[in-house]
Structures are given as C-alpha cells and as structure tokens.
Design a protein around this ligand. Structure first.
Ligand code: SF4
Length: 443
C-alpha cells in the first residue's frame, strides 16, 4: 500500500528590487524548500505569501507598499521582509493584517515567521532532519549559540575581523530551538557565543513573545527562560559586567547551574589594558566573593594567557597572587601565540619562548593545587551528576554541575551499570584527585 504523505504548505514569493534582494529571496526559498515547503506560482494556491521589499528610493518604497497591498487583497496571509522591514511601523499602519515584518538579511526571522504562519505537518518521510537539527554532541547535551560576532577588539584576537560585530539571535528563536533540543532528549544546554553577557545589546528594544510573555533580549531574561526549559543550563563566555550580578540569584534558585565560564585571560591591570579586555575592572575579586555568598556552590572556570607581549615577571606574579585570592575552580592556560592579523603582534616586549614555558608550568602547578584542594573538600558530599557514558563492567562516567563536557573534570562511578546516558543522579563522592572525582550513585 502506498504511503500518503501529508501535504506540504505552499509559499508564494513576490521579490522586488535589486539582484541582492533576489539572492536573498532565493536563499529564503532554498531554506523553506529544504524544510519541506512547496512553492506556489500564484496567490490563489499559496498558504502564505512572502513579499521581499525594496526601499532604496521613494518610488521603490511605493512600489513595495503596492505589492504588499496586492498580496493582502489577493491572498490575505502576508509576511513582509527585505529593506522595508526597517519601516515596520509604516507597513503596519497601512496594513494592520500583515502576519510579520522582518528586515533585510534576517533569514532566521523570516523562515521562523513562515513556520509560525503555516506549520509543516510532521512526517518522518519529509522531515529527514530532526526538529532539533543534526548534532555532533551526544543526545543528552547540546550547545546553544545565542549570538554571532563580537563588539570588542581584544589585541590577540581576530574573531571580530572574521565574524564582524555582535549580532544577537532573537530570544523566541533561541527558546524554540532549546525546546526542540529538550524534546529530542537534551538534558543540558551549553549557552555559547563570543560574549554571552553582551547578548541582546543590538536588539534590546525588541522583546519577543514567548509562551504569552514578552522576553527581553538580555542575558538574565534569556537565562531565566532557558532554566524553565532544560534541567541543566550552563553559561559560557561570560564577562564580568555589572549586570552579571543578576544571574547569580537564578543559580541560587536552581534555575540555571551555579557555573560561570569567564575567560579572564589575565589579572595584571597593565596586561589587561594592553590586551584591551572588556569588563576589565579592579573590583572583580570583591564581586566573586559576593557571588559566592549568594550561590556558595558557584564554580568559576577561566582561561589565561601567559607571555603576552610586555608581560613582566611582576605582572605574572600579580596573576599568581590573584589566583590565590580568586580560588577559581577550573583553569586552562595558554602560552601567547601571535595569530596572523592580530594587533598584539606589533606590541613591544615579546616574551622569550623559554620564559613563556616556565610561566606556563608555574600557572598550571598553581591552579592544579587549587583544584585538588577544592575537590578534596567535596569528598563525603552528595552531588548531582549527569551520566555521559556507561561502561561494561558496572562503571560509568559522568560530570557534576561543576564540570562542562570536554573542558572540565569528570566523575568516575562504581556500581553504576543500571544507569543510562543522560540520567541525572545523586552521587556520594568517595575520592578525588587533581581534576576528577570518584563516587557511587545513591539508590
Ligand atoms: S577575545 Fe573574545 S571578547 Fe575579545 S575580541 Fe575576541 S571574541 Fe571578542
């Protein structure tokens, strides 16, 4: 018996303006086609009509408005995109019934608006790609990218040159992706970007409706909503701007994991200045103390660069002393390497390789000792652990809330053969070394 496929919604497209707009229209249609949508050559057969507008000249704007009017009269279900997206108010004033207005190059938004206006019926024959997308990570944890690019210009980094300034994803699109990932089995969301604490600075005035609530594009609001969706939410690449104080109570409430990955890179004020690091302020140690008072189990992970041009022995010693005070839980260190195109390469005071090596060994020894002491203090405690792998001889490997996959430590379990990947269990910690813990799951 032949299998009857569900009928795909049909999308009509009116593309106005220059060849760049035409390429945008093609890109939107390619994505919709790969999502399973069918195309309609006329208004009558379309479930929704996209009008890709041009706003280059007044005459082009008038032509765009006329095209929107025609699509509304002929079909009624219209999404507007393209250059005139900047004038959403004018469009809405004249055509209050348009379903959505998105701007030029906002592919994710316009495709999202089509999905909302004419949802694809689920079918395993059409939807070859799972709703949550294709993943390279195991099913139980997923990286969630919330923005692209970066507004800073750190002297050792070429990311802004490669990826441009920060562009935030709209919060409802992020939350929809998070929900799909969780439906597909994700237990732990790892929030990533170049600068998570700057999320939303470019779209702050554009709250989006999600589950009947307006969500402001801001790290705190997004973290709170993500905490309602996934059992574990972990924040990476956070800079210690003052507003980061607001996410600590969410950790105390158990909404997100008490974990912050803050790439400090150095502590000496003069090195931080020549690195041009963001949120480089003197009171960080005090803030860490306050954060730990609110969320005593807060784990702070960081990375540091040693041997940056101009780093003196006094700067390096300042960093070691700072680490003694800061008592960071997890630390990675790198020897400075000139990356082609980075501003730091022309700075005076290159540090000889053997000095970099020696400083690297010293910082690793210091941070390993701090880590070992912190892990020793966990012996005898009961911790929540997510299971990454179950072995054949009754053992399993997992991670506590203090451990991000790949970069932090692990928890090795005995008598855990009954557990499955992705289970979150309570574990009594029996032993520890420099980086890892050992324990047994509680019944
Ligand atoms: S190091 Fe990070 S914050 Fe600095 S410019 Fe590069 S991406 Fe931006």
């Amino acid at each position: 018996m032949a299998t009857k496929l569900p009928e795909a919604p049909r999308v009509g497209m009116v593309s106005l303006g220059c060849p760049k707009n035409l390429v945008d229209s093609e890109r939107i249609l390619t994505k919709l086609r790969s999502d399973g949508y069918a195309m309609s050559p006329d208004y009558a057969g379309a479930d929704v009509v996209l009008v890709n507008t041009c706003g280059f000249l007044d005459s082009a704007k008038e032509e765009s408005l006329e095209a929107i009017g025609e699509a509304i009269a002929e079909n009624g279900r219209v999404i507007v995109t393209g250059c005139m997206g900047k004038e959403a108010e004018t469009i809405r004033a004249r055509f209050p019934n348009v379903l959505a207005v998105t701007g030029a190059h906002q592919y994710e938004e316009v495709v999202g608006a089509v999905h909302e206006a004419a949802p694809m019926p689920p079918s395993p024959f059409v939807n070859l790609v799972p709703d949550a997308g294709l993943k390279l990570t195991p099913r139980h944890y997923s990286y969630l990218k919330i923005s692209e690019g970066c507004n800073h210009r750190c002297a050792f980094c070429i990311i802004p040159a490669l990826r441009g300034d920060l562009v935030s994803r709209r919060p409802d699109a992020i939350l929809r992706e998070a929900e799909k990932l969780v439906e597909a089995g994700t237990k732990e969301l790892l929030v990533i970007s170049q600068d998570t604490s700057a999320y939303g600075v470019d779209i702050r005035k554009e709250p989006r409706l999600w589950k009947g609530r307006d969500v402001i594009p801001h790290m705190t609001d997004l973290a709170r909503e993500l905490g309602r969706i996934a059992p574990w939410v972990r924040l990476h690449y956070v800079y210690p701007y003052p507003h980061v104080d607001q996410v600590i109570p969410l950790m105390a409430e158990g909404l997100i994991l008490p974990y912050l990955d803050i790439p400090f890179q150095h502590a000496s004020p003069s090195v931080l200045r020549s690195m041009k690091r963001p949120a480089n302020e003197a009171k960080v140690l005090e803030r860490l103390k306050k954060w730990r008072e609110i969320a005593p189990d807060l784990t702070i992970r960081s990375t540091f660069v040693v041997g940056f041009p101009g780093e003196t022995e006094a700067d390096f010693q300042y960093l070691l002393d700072w680490l003694d005070e800061a008592q960071l839980d997890r630390v990675g260190a790198f020897r400075f390497e000139p990356v082609e195109g980075a501003a730091a390469n022309t700075l005076p005071g290159a540090v000889p390789e053997e000095v970099k090596e020696e400083r690297y060994a010293r910082i690793m020894a210091k941070t390993a000792a701090i880590s070992a002491a912190k892990l020793q203090a966990r012996i005898g405690r009961t911790l929540e652990v997510i299971i990454d792998e179950v072995g054949e001889e009754g053992g399993a490997t997992g991670r506590s809330q203090a451990d991000a996959p790949e970069i932090d430590g692990e928890v090795f379990l005995r008598d855990a053969g009954h557990l499955g990947q992705g289970d979150i269990v309570r574990v009594e910690i029996e032993d520890a070394d420099e980086h890892d813990l050992y324990g047994v799951p509680l019944a």
